[in-house]
Write a protein of this length. Sequence first.
Length: 399
Amino acid sequence: MHTRYLDIHMLEHRPPSCLNRGEHDVPKTMTVGNTKRIMVPAQTQRRQWRLALENTLEEPAARTRDLPLHVTEALRAADWPEDLAHFAAGQIARSATAKGLDTDPKNGHRTKALLLVAADSIVEDLATVCTDHRAALEMGLARLQKKEPDDSADPKSGRGKPPALLPTDKVAACLSRPTATIHLFGRMLAGLTDADVPSAVQTAPALTTHKSDLQPDFVTAVDDWLGAGDRGSAFMDTSFLTSGVFYRFTTVNLTDLTRKLGGDQNQALRLAGLFMRAAIMTVLPAKQTSTAPHTVPDLVAYAVRDGRPVSYASAFEQPVQAAPGGGYLTPSYHALDTCAGITHRLTGTSDLVGHGYATAQTGDAAHLGTRHDSFDALIDAALTNAAAQATGQTPADAA
């Protein structure tokens, strides 16, 4: 049985902006084809897609090291003594696995590793586990405070670890509970392998299709309450902006996503459609206030494939040249279409279930499948093809 993928290709012009910055506080770049390109990392895109989907689904997840601190606060609010609430929060991490998760006892038992958890009720659920086993926690804390020989840890000093006093299966179940976005984007919890979820979504760094350099932006600010003899600016700085046409590629393993959802294909397709919309419409938040880069893609193309995903990034290994009248959107569109045609010639189309595109360009593409008038129509067609049975025959959209 083939694995089915939904490939999504996008071309989008971003006006002067700063979509992502590195450790030197300048936009990230990468050399591709011996040419500098502006780059937006995959993780930057994925985080914003995840947040957008969680907002739509009203099913939040949280990536955090502070879960024990929140449990402590919940127990305090339930009138637990300070020392017992602190000890119980440490027990959440200690009891999560046979060896326990590493924490910083001097900092509220903050976990050393980031946890990605279902955020809607996990604090309340863990507080309930603690409440159900409060007697054991009180006895454990009493032994620890008496420094009995069988106790090996001090919750304030962090030396060693106390014995696990909470049921590991219940704590692990709370930490392991998935959400829709965890099914999509995956999760790895260090030390809790049963909670690991492989990502159904693969995402490439977004790169400009052409040579692109950083553009300095000299910024000044005037003090509105200048004294009578004051002159000049109160603040001066130089930041860097970028502009260009980006090629973005991401793909969804529909077979894996359906399996994670217990074989519910309708739910998998619903999530895939919401993911497509988030990938198309989400704008990265960096410097939105001062650049407002609220464009939409000039082109979105999809391909449903059985076997493996296929990126068209090689279309831009040689940077596209500006059109005679200026601009990179049209030559990027033609380069992408040409690459799709070459790919079909080299690999054949027996595994191509269906493909299509929507674009602002006036000329039709020869190799991207059926043209659709809107992103909504494109998403509907993609999901229809994604639901098609694997017959070995190419549907009309794959013509």
